[in-house]
Design a protein around this ligand. Structure first.
Ligand SMILES: Cc1c2[nH]c(c1CCC(=O)O)Cc1[nH]c(c(CCC(=O)O)c1C)Cc1[nH]c(c(CCC(=O)O)c1C)Cc1[nH]c(c(C)c1CCC(=O)O)C2
Length: 354
């Protein structure tokens, strides 16, 4: 599909992802388009969460909010990982102060009622938001599309929302492995088609969020996650090759420090690292892997005084080194992050001489 998008003016993140040298270190922030921005909170008084997700003009507006305010090097389309369970026929509510709630969680008995057929066509609005946003960005920075990973989606679907232990979803892994694989396969198929749709709509990078990886161990991750994450990367790479496109693939498996090497062999161009992992350890474990690292300032570091933030950022960059590196937080930004601290963070990154 040709879209005639405006030419890209800032390719720092694409360069870093491919192992080329950018003019400055690229920086963006997970969950940058949302809740900590006063303009977003104002916007949310007029529109419900899923109304914004499902209305391309509104999703585009929110995506652009942090780009107007800050000198970020990438944008990420406003949406949520839970639009997939929604498209599969599950009810998802966004409750103020609680987070996402799925009032009728998935069970062994009702899992066959998931509506795989047509799921991606019910997510067409995400593609439309991406295309519109690519035009409105006017080439200022590249645009990320994203999806939840199979295991993270499975967790929310079975738990019916967030959970401290994920014990209901993990029970499936231990007690019902066949049904778990059936569900993870179904989600993988939908995720692949969904991400291809986002690429065709104009996404220049894709991030897969496995935010619930931290609840598993190496054995469970090898059995129930790595094969599916690999299938996703391979299918996307085949699609990109056949359609002669160049799109960067990023995997953020939060807390999966028990299998960094295995993650590096899945076919993604970039690995996101959470803040609990030592930068030097990451670099030493992955030194022969030709992979770019993204991360990993503790989101809570933004509560520190300005001078401390600058010191922590400089120290982090020293430890990661400036090659094959994209600066980010080690998880999504929190709703009460001071907006000046975000500016300090970005300026500290961009002031590093390469
Ligand atoms: C686990 C997860 C979810 N959603 C997402 C993840 C993976 C990333 C991560 O681990 O943080 C991903 C996500 N959610 C949202 C984006 C938008 C783009 C961005 O700015 O990064 C992205 C990339 C918007 C959102 N998603 C949500 C909000 C706030 C809801 C509101 O405005 O009422 C936003 C802006 C709601 C949401 N959605 C989800 C939760 C747990 C919550 C409630 C807590 C919270 O606020 O983060 C599920």
């Amino acid at each position: 599909m040709t879209h005639d998008f405006p030419p890209l003016k800032n390719d720092r993140i694409l360069k870093a992802a491919k192992g080329e040298k950018p003019d400055k270190l690229p920086v963006w922030i997970m969950r940058q388009a949302g809740r900590y921005l006063p303009e977003f909170m104002e916007f949310r008084k007029q529109h419900s969460f899923f109304e914004i997700c499902q209305t391309p003009a509104l999703a585009c507006e929110v995506t652009l909010m942090p780009i107007r305010r800050y000198d970020l090097d990438a944008s990420i389309i406003f949406s949520d990982i839970l639009v997939i369970p929604q498209a599969l026929g599950m009810t998802v509510e966004m409750k103020a102060g609680v987070g996402p709630v799925l009032p009728e969680p998935l069970t062994l008995e009702n899992m066959d009622s998931l509506k795989k057929e047509g799921a991606v066509s019910r997510l067409k609005y995400v593609g439309e938001a991406i295309t519109l946003t690519r035009h409105r960005l006017d080439g200022k920075v590249p645009l990320f599309g994203f999806s939840g990973a199979p295991w993270t989606l499975m967790g929310y679907m079975i738990e019916g929302g967030g959970s401290k232990t994920l014990s209901k979803a993990k029970k499936w892994l231990y007690a019902h492995p066949n049904e778990s694989h059936r569900l993870l396969s179904l989600l993988t198929d939908v995720i692949i088609d969904y991400l291809i749709m986002q690429i065709e709509a104009g996404a220049q990078l894709i991030q897969v969020f496995d935010s619930s990886a931290e609840y598993l161990n190496k054995r469970l991750y090898e059995i129930f996650c790595l094969p599916y994450l690999k299938k996703i990367a391979q299918a996307l790479k085949i699609h990109l090759k056949e359609s002669n496109q160049d799109v960067i693939l990023v995997l953020f498996a939060k807390g999966a420090h028990f299998c960094l090497e295995e993650q590096a062999d899945l076919g993604y161009d970039v690995l996101g690292i959470d803040w609990t992992v030592e930068p030097k350890l990451v670099r030493s474990v992955l030194k022969n892997k030709n992979i770019t690292i993204q991360g990993n300032l503790d989101p809570c570091a933004l509560y520190a005084p300005k001078e401390e933030i600058v010191k922590m950022v400089t120290n982090m960059i020293d430890q990661f080194g400036t090659e094959r590196y994209i600066v980010n937080l080690g998880h999504g930004i929190y709703p009460d992050a001071p907006i000046d601290a975000v500016q300090t963070f970005i300026d500290a990154v961009h002031s590093v001489k390469l």
